[in-house]
Design a protein around this ligand. Structure first.
Ligand code: URA
Length: 242
């Protein structure tokens, strides 16, 4: 059965479907030795597909990793300016991995990497509402009133955010800073930083500490581990219960 090229690429673990479309448009994908830049292109199961000259293995084993992303690293599989990317931390993994969603360059914390395109798409889909907790160090002494606003939703980019969980962890009157934990299930662009901006607090430091049922327990910055079958099953359960 003929399938769309970007779908076959995502299923083979090249990148998410959207990132695969970008690879196609950038002229980095060949089908049977010919560069294809057309997004609607259909391919058959016996067509040979290569990305950046590397032949695609369509039946590669699906693997799932959790990385404690350090600050100052790009959430991508590759950077065209040669800067450090998250996959540089998983060099020992033979499968071709890409991150499930993004953390900002200056954000640290929990990032899943996989070669399973369907899994990545499901995790990132806003409909499934997977909770993610962030711990932010913000400028100023945050008030219970601002925490209430964060919980009820603030307007960012003209649209209110969904209900969230927010909690003051500590406040430093000398340094005039606060540490706040914020749990959201959306994944809008720079969402956490914008939410704090909306209540008048600039984020100085941001880290993601949980993703669904996963935590960073046992890892330090730059370390990674493979997820067990059980952990992957638990994540999928979160989605299937929605
Ligand atoms: N929200 C942000 O503002 N940045 C991140 O990296 C993640 C969520």
């Amino acid at each position: 059965m003929a399938e769309r090229l970007q779908k076959v690429m995502a299923n083979a673990g090249v990148a998410s479907r959207r990132a695969s479309e970008e690879l196609i448009q950038e002229g980095r994908v060949m089908v049977n030795g010919v560069v294809v830049t057309e997004l609607g292109t259909k391919v058959e199961s016996d067509d040979s597909i290569s990305v950046d000259g590397k032949l695609l293995k369509k039946d590669e084993k699906k693997v799932y990793y959790l990385l404690y992303k350090p600050r100052g690293v790009i959430s991508a599989a590759k950077d065209n300016k040669g800067r450090e990317v998250v996959t540089d931390y998983l060099k020992d993994v033979p499968e071709r991995l890409y991150p499930v969603g993004r953390l900002d360059y200056d954000t640290s914390g929990l990032l899943i990497l996989t070669n399973d395109g369907d899994f990545a798409n499901q995790m990132m889909h806003p409909r499934y509402k997977v909770d993610k907790t962030y711990v932010a160090k913000v400028e100023g002494l945050i008030t219970p009133d601002s925490i209430k606003k964060l919980r009820n939703g603030v307007v960012i980019d003209g649209k209110p955010t969904s209900r969230a969980r927010a909690k003051i962890l500590s406040r430093d009157t000398k340094k005039n800073t606060s540490i706040v934990s914020l749990t959201i299930h959306e994944g809008r662009y720079h969402q956490v930083k914008k939410m704090f901006d909306a209540v008048g607090h600039k984020v100085q430091k941001l880290s993601r500490t949980t993703y669904g049922t996963l935590t960073l327990d046992g890892l330090t910055s730059g370390e990674y581990r493979e997820l067990s079958h059980n952990e992957v099953r638990e994540l999928l359960k979160l989605i299937n219960n929605k």
